[in-house]
Write a protein that binds this ligand. Sequence first.
Ligand code: FAD
Length: 389
Amino acid sequence: MESIPERVKVAVIGAGQAGLSVAFYLRRFELVADEDFVMLDRAPGPGGAWQHRWSSLRLGTAHKVNDLPGMAELGLSFETADRSLPAKEVVADYYGRFEQHYDLRVHRPIDVRRVANDGVDLRIEYGDLAPQPVEEEKSRGFFGRRRKTFREPERPETPVGELRTQFLVNATGTWGSPFVPYYPGMGDFRGRHVHTSDYVDAEAFRDQHVVVVGGGTSAIGFMLELEDVAAELTWVSRRPIDWLDRQELDLEGASAAVAKQDEAARAGRALPSIVSGTGVPKSRRIAAGIERGLLVAKPMFEHIEADRVVWSDGSSARADAIIWATGFRPELRHLAPLKLREKAGGVTVGQGASWNDPRVFLAGYGPQASTIGANRAGRMIARQIMAMI
Ligand code: FAD
């Protein structure tokens, strides 16, 4: 991989569906030259957040995963992908081939720590998470040559590099910013708190008493997986589940929920939960789970004790682990120096553009936070950048 340039016209942070979509439109139609463009991603390989998801998650278990623009040219489609394979593997493979085909040259694992003003430009400070060669103290080679060894990746305290850019496309998704609501007694719990982003597989909960919190498809997926593994399973949701009478969620068709996201983003408010607006589709597997009494959510408990969760009427359920399938927030910490966050709790964004800083675009934010929305972001943002460059 060639080295990261010192100055570019467009830098994209994040190579998930949103970042790749913007890059596709900018690069495919040669709107930005090779040397004026850079993509940075902190993950070890292609796949965006999908590469971190649990192995049992399959494409098409709840939502439709839309193809990236230009994916058809490679003869690839998620519609016809092998659904017996983990989604993390399929998506990583397809994204990887997409990056190669369109020569997107993503620099990874590069972790962006800070984006700050630098005159008319933006300065991106990053850390390189790749294992760094370390010189050993003593020479051990046969002829006394110094030998190089490798140490485990670690997050260096200080940034190891910086570059300047005229425009920034921030496409960092939400996976790195898990959300867990506060409940009294959380700190006293002696079991394990596990967020969706920490979930690896059902085996980790064998013969345990497990409480699953959340009203979306992740919580439901965990309930179905753990049914025959956990000793006792309790499902709680902060609001009643809004079951839909259809098998698959068409995120594009969920226009009211997308409109709510857009309204909040344009007003600079914190984004509402997407699932509260879309409802939950009933696949055959889910319908059967409801039928046999597994997928019946209790209302939220009131507090947590050392080994249990307790409802306001005094009833309780034993817990060795609480799985918080309570969602994510946009991953924007590195943009803090730009002071984009409003008092209302969000960032003001319309058509993927920051209202407060015309150099900054937020791909995949709010109404674009689905694979179809991320695709739309690509076209929308590339056009705006072209008009200004
Ligand atoms: P991501 O895929 O999260 O990509 C962001 C990238 O930015 C990552 O590669 C990350 O490494 C990188 N990054 C983050 N911070 C930094 C940093 N500081 N420096 C450098 N790189 C950074 N949507 C659907 O349409 N259909 C579905 O079936 C579906 N299922 C989902 C299931 C789960 C469990 C979850 C959590 C979400 C699901 N979604 C689904 C939503 C969907 O994942 C997203 O809308 C879309 O894939 C996100 O793409 P993205 O590019 O915005 O973000």
